[in-house]
Design a protein around this ligand. Structure first.
Ligand code: HEC
Ligand code: HEC
Length: 273
């Protein structure tokens, strides 16, 4: 009984911490960072307008077509790759606010969180980024900051929570991958890879992410698939099977990325500030 009631009061205390209104709770039990679904609980958000902003960011990430339509071309949501709004380790984790600004190898410069979000709009959503001072961008940043609460800035990135990186045991084989795809993926993502809009995201073709996306690399897709797919049976494929099926998916056509396309962030009138 004694133990049980201690556990119960610890739980009450935890719930209380999570509900701390406008303040930002710093973590879970014994100062440990919160994990998984506890990172985003709509019943425990900051009070007032900040809570509404965080919720808006969550809605944009999970229903990107509905809430950020002008910026999206591909038939996917941010959460197609950032599983459960980016709260799942190994599934496109988004608890990363403390790691920005960071050095970006691709663009050879230090980037802010907004720049990284803009990249996913450009490549993964095959769209265009919202202006950095737009409500859409600020809401997404607010959400990512909220689920990153308690994280230390300039802390090293924990490779264990990000999309897994590993080498293929043997060179990936496209025809073995085709067999896996037909048996374990096509019922949801469809034989033509186009998925079903609103239910299953496209893996290749005109409505998928473009060639500039991280997911377009066989190694990145293998790392994602190994720990997240087939949905409902995550973790059942071997490293080799994950590579084979990723190689099969990537053997198909997808949209090119237009490096020359210019991105304009519309200037706002001074009255905006
Ligand atoms: C096609 C899959 C895909 C989609 C869709 C997608 N992303 Fe990503 N995103 C990735 C991958 C892959 C990474 C790199 C993750 C890694 O390195 O572990 C990434 C990384 C990120 C990062 C940096 C995370 C880190 O670990 O450094 C942010 C922030 C981000 N995405 C935001 C978004 C937002 C916002 C959207 C929607 C507008 C979006 N992404 C849509 C695949 C995707
Ligand atoms: C039961 C249905 C289902 C099965 C089976 C399934 N997926 Fe998925 N897949 C999804 C859903 C739904 C998502 C989006 C994530 C979410 O909403 O949680 C997704 C996301 C993905 C993504 C990231 C988004 C994108 O469009 O690129 C990849 C890659 C992927 N699946 C590959 C596979 C592969 C490879 C297999 C077979 C080994 C597979 N999936 C089996 C339902 C499924």
């Amino acid at each position: 009984m004694r133990v049980l009631s201690t556990v119960a009061s610890a739980l009450v205390a935890l719930a209380f911490v999570g509900c701390a209104g406008g303040t930002h709770p710093s973590g879970g039990a014994a100062g440990q960072p919160l994990a998984g679904a506890a990172l985003y609980d709509p019943a425990h958000l900051p009070a007032g307008k900040m809570g509404a902003l965080v919720r808006e960011g969550y809605d944009i990430i999970t229903q990107t077509h509905k809430f950020a339509k002008p910026f999206v071309v591909s038939q996917m949501e941010c959460s197609s790759c950032h599983i459960a709004g980016g709260t799942v380790p190994r599934g496109g984790y988004l608890r990363i606010a403390g790691h920005f600004p960071q050095w970006n190898k691709r663009s050879h410069r230090a980037i802010a969180l907004q720049d990284r979000i803009a990249e996913c709009f450009l490549y993964s959503m095959n769209g265009r980024p919202p202006a950095y001072d737009s409500r859409t961008m600020i809401a997404v940043v607010a959400y990512i900051n909220w689920i990153s609460r308690g994280q230390k800035t300039f802390s090293p990135i924990d490779p264990k929570v990000r999309i897994a990186r590993f080498k293929p045991p043997a060179p990936p084989n496209v025809s073995r991958g085709a067999t896996i795809y037909t048996a374990q993926c096509s019922m949801c993502h469809q034989a033509n890879g186009a998925g079903i809009p609103g239910q299953f995201p496209a893996l290749w073709g005109a409505t998928s992410f473009n060639k500039g996306a991280g997911m377009a690399k066989v190694a990145m897709m293998a790392g994602f698939v190994r720990y997240n797919m087939p949905l409902g049976k995550a973790g059942t494929l071997s490293d080799q099977q994950a590579y084979d099926v990723a190689a099969f998916v990537e053997s198909h056509k997808r949209p090119a990325f237009d490096k020359k396309a210019s991105i304009a962030f519309p200037p706002e009138p001074a009255s905006f500030f």
